[in-house]
Write a protein that binds this ligand. Structure first.
Ligand code: SF4
Length: 352
């Protein structure tokens, strides 16, 4: 009998998991590839009763598309329960970036312009650093295996990076800048069709709801990574990510979700389009940067207040909690700091 790709990599995963004591950490985004990796992991470690802990991290940036976030948080609980019932020493954790790095603290508090391809300050702060920090807190400086759903044949750029970081073992990759992290990608040779086939036909693991994921992917594609591949640009498309993402000109993910019935997301899409429309407007942006150089600087204080009010309106209209009290308090403090700082400069705006 020929083994399927899924069975082959499940055997490989079991073998490498048991071979030594190095801790295993899994980056889970809720997307199809990381969901498949979880499925492989639970399948391969099932019944082993191995004492080694498997830590699964999901990073909640605070600006995840609410309906997707809720689904992922729910699936984290299911994954942990199913893993434990299969005899796996598993722990799922939803991690968050530090308050000072929250999206709205940066944009409304400090006046950061919303991210674009040229000024993409968000991915490291919101996704990659919190995961690296969580890994460090759990395993310290120990060499760690980080399991990822990275694959060849996704793009030429991705292939080049993977090639450059190959090791003697085809499933393991180096991570530049992180000597103690080894990336393990069991699905490195899976095509997109292989991923869907394994996700949808292997029904042994119930905590991964493959048909829900397939439904979402019919509407959305692309996801913002939570572990940086060595040397790669941090975010590929930024669509299965933050609802506030302005790295892409059009938010197809939210638009398509709305078209498919998620009408409560409409106010979020409107807010995102509006904030994008004022991003480069000198009526809303200081004309001196924080370093004193002339050029588009932070959002003006008045504009930050306008943005906050607009966000609170959006919250009311949509029914979703979009900003916390703690964030609002921090934002007020940052406004006071700017008001008191002799270095903070605002030319008069023309319209506001
Ligand atoms: S989804 Fe967009 S806004 Fe969010 S971290 Fe990625 S690039 Fe930044």
């Amino acid at each position: 009998m020929t083994l399927s790709n899924f069975e082959i990599v499940s055997d490989v995963t079991k073998e490498y998991f048991c071979v030594d004591e190095r801790p295993w950490v899994v980056g889970y985004s809720g997307g199809k590839d990381s969901s498949l990796v979880i499925k492989i992991l639970l399948t391969s470690l099932s019944g082993l009763n191995h004492p080694k802990e498997v830590n699964i991290f999901y990073c909640d940036t605070g600006v995840e598309i609410p309906v997707l976030r809720d689904h992922i948080i729910e699936s984290l609980k299911l994954i942990q329960a199913e893993g434990l019932s299969l005899g796996i020493n598993i722990k799922t954790t939803c991690i968050k970036p530090p308050l000072k790095d929250h999206y709205f603290v940066k944009v409304i508090g400090r006046g950061y312009p919303t991210p674009t391809n040229k000024f993409r300050w968000c991915t490291d702060k919101l996704r990659i650093n919190p995961v690296q920090q969580a890994i460090k807190e759990i395993v310290g400086e120990e060499e760690t295996i980080v399991v990822l759903g990275t694959r060849y044949n996704e793009s030429n750029e991705r292939d080049k990076i993977l090639k450059r970081n190959e090791t003697d073992n085809k499933y393991f990759f180096k991570q530049t800048g992180h000597k103690n992290t080894i990336l393990f990608s069991p699905i490195r040779d899976f095509s997109t069709d292989d991923v869907w086939e394994s996700l949808l036909t292997k029904n042994n693991i119930t905590s991964i709801n493959a048909s829900y994921i397939a439904d979402i992917y019919r509407q959305i594609s692309g996801e913002c990574p939570i572990i940086r591949l060595p040397d790669s640009t941090p975010c590929s498309k930024g669509r299965f990510g933050c609802w506030t993402c302005t790295v892409v000109r059009q938010d197809k993910a939210t638009s398509n979700l709305i078209k498919n019935g998620f009408r409560s997301l409409e106010p979020l899409l409107e807010f995102r389009s509006w904030i994008l429309s004022i991003r480069d407007d000198t009526n809303h942006r200081c004309t001196v940067r924080r370093n004193g150089v002339r050029g588009l600087g932070p959002f003006r204080l008045k504009s930050r207040e306008i943005i906050l009010n607009k966000l609170l309106e959006t919250e009311k209209k949509s029914g979703f909690t979009l900003i916390s009290e703690e964030e609002i308090e921090t934002i007020y403090k940052l406004w006071e700091e700017d008001k008191a700082s002799p270095k903070y400069q605002e030319d008069p705006a023309i319209f506001i």
